[in-house]
Design a protein around this ligand. Structure first.
Ligand code: EPU
Length: 432
């Protein structure tokens, strides 16, 4: 399949209303959790994304039928429990697929799931996932790049899941999905508090699980014998909502994002206000407007409720056209800074030392050919392009398609000029 790129024509203030889609990072573990259900599950607000398609494919290979109905809801049904293997070819495409491990083990007593390996964000270990599952009594071996997990019966345990940079979102999800069917009580200390973890807990509760404390660092899970299918609607995507608000602000326009949950974005809104964005909000709608260049900010990414690493690149794009010096530290993924070199190609002034970057804002960026290294970096390059003079060609758009539903269509509806075209630049050097 030919690669695609975006051609972004900068300089147009974005104005209007858009709706946030369902949360990618809530939808993925919730889809994995349907492995646990005895009956069908009907899920609303599942975004149409490449990552969701990859997970649906993995679910099919382990015997879960996944379909979208006429209303757009995703309906899942377990049709066979004989195959419990998630192959490298699929897991390596998307790390989140590793979270089929917990539910496969809990429901079927065994699972073989490929180790995901590193990615553009750096070396992303899974030791906390395995530590938690071992504590529940699983026998876990690593063989030829695969995690092979077995347990006749999982038993509840006290598990400390803190890692070197705090909690783990998918680690908490994997252990929670195994503990819901374990015998007895599990306490997860230093659990991740992200809204996506709370959404997964609420889905499991809707299926019949007993979970207390989701959203805090201490979760108590009492194992049950079976979980039923249920109907559930996934929360809105907070990262997408904030990215769209920044698209308005970086172009000195005004954007309204509907169907969102502003309470999931307190740390982000705090920095938006500090940077000079005018914000108004009610329970499901946020309006962000901007007239001047952004003011300088200092941001360190942290687990929720701190400033999310998934918005670091987009916020950095914004400060590239700001006043003064802004400072960014990615404490979660020290290597998640590939966009820095691309912003520099657009004229940005950025100094990087280890995982900290100082951005000296300038009046304008210049359009340039640039390359997305992951989905958030890709979105950030589009934002930079919207604020730049001339054309920006953002290559490797497939990264953006992994995690933003209808990204360019939403931006075009706000007045952006973006074209999706086939990328005819060679990916490999020609043979000599
Ligand atoms: N970590 C460990 N050991 C582990 C697991 C994680 O040391 O076993 C470390 C990581 O290296 C990292 C930190 O813990 O430094 C946090 O990683 P976490 O496990 O929370 O990340 P994740 O669950 O693999 C999810 C999101 C990411 C998001 C991170 C952090 C999904 C599908 N992915 O990943 O989202 O950046 O949490 O909030 O939920 C994205 O959407 O663009 C994205 C990358």
């Amino acid at each position: 399949m030919a690669l695609e790129k975006f051609i972004v024509e900068g300089g147009k203030p974005l104005k209007g209303e858009v709706s946030a889609s369902g949360s990618k990072n809530a939808a993925l573990p919730i889809l994995a959790a349907t492995i646990l259900a005895e009956g069908p599950c009907s899920l609303g607000n599942i975004p149409r994304l490449r990552d969701v398609d990859v997970l649906a494919h993995i679910l099919q290979t382990v015997g879960v039928n996944v379909e979208r109905d006429a209303q757009g809801r995703v309906v899942t049904r377990v049709t066979s429990e004989t195959a419990s293997v998630a192959p490298y070819e699929l897991v390596s495409m998307m790390r989140a697929s590793f979270c089929v491990l917990g539910p496969l083990l809990a429901k079927r007593g065994c699972a073989k799931v490929s180790l995901p390996g590193g990615c553009a964000l750096g070396d992303r270990p899974v030791d906390l996932h395995l530590k938690g599952l071992r504590a529940l009594g699983a026998d876990i071996q690593i063989e030829h790049g695969y995690v092979i997990a077995r347990a006749k019966k999982l038993r509840g345990a006290n598990i400390y899941l803190g890692g070197p940079t705090g909690s783990s979102v998918l680690g908490t999800a994997n252990v929670m999905m195994a503990a819901v069917l374990a015998e007895g009580q599990t306490i997860i200390e230093h659990a991740a508090c992200e809204p996506e973890v709370v959404d997964l807990a609420n889905f499991l509760i809707a299926m019949g699980a007993s979970i207390e404390g989701a959203g805090s660092h201490r979760m108590r899970i009492r194992g049950v014998r079976t979980l039923e299918g249920c109907e559930y609607d996934v929360i809105p995507d907070r990262i997408e909502a904030a990215t769209l608000l920044l698209a308005g602000a970086i172009t000195r326009g005004q954007v309204v994002v509907k169907n969102t949950d502003p309470t999931h974005l307190e740390a982000v809104f705090d920095k938006f206000r500090e940077a000079g964005i005018n914000l108004t909000r009610n329970c499901k709608v946020v309006v962000a407007g901007m007239q001047d260049r952004p003011r300088e900010v200092e941001i360190s990414t942290l687990p929720y409720p701190g400033f999310p690493t998934d918005l670091q690149a987009q916020m950095m794009a914004f400060t590239c056209v700001g006043q003064g010096a802004s400072v960014f530290t990615d404490a979660i993924y020290p290597d998640r800074l590939h966009h820095v070199a691309e912003f520099k190609r657009m004229g940005a002034r950025i100094q990087r030392v280890n995982n900290t970057c100082v951005v000296i804002g300038r009046e304008r960026l210049q359009g340039a050919p640039v390359m997305a290294s992951d989905l958030r970096a890709g979105a950030a390059l589009v934002l930079a392009g919207l604020a730049a003079e001339g054309e920006t060609h953002v290559r490797r758009v497939y990264h953006i398609d992994r995690g933003y539903e209808d990204f360019e269509k939403k931006l075009i509806s706000l007045g952006a000029s973006i074209k999706r075209v086939e990328d005819d630049a060679p990916e490999k050097p020609p043979a000599v």
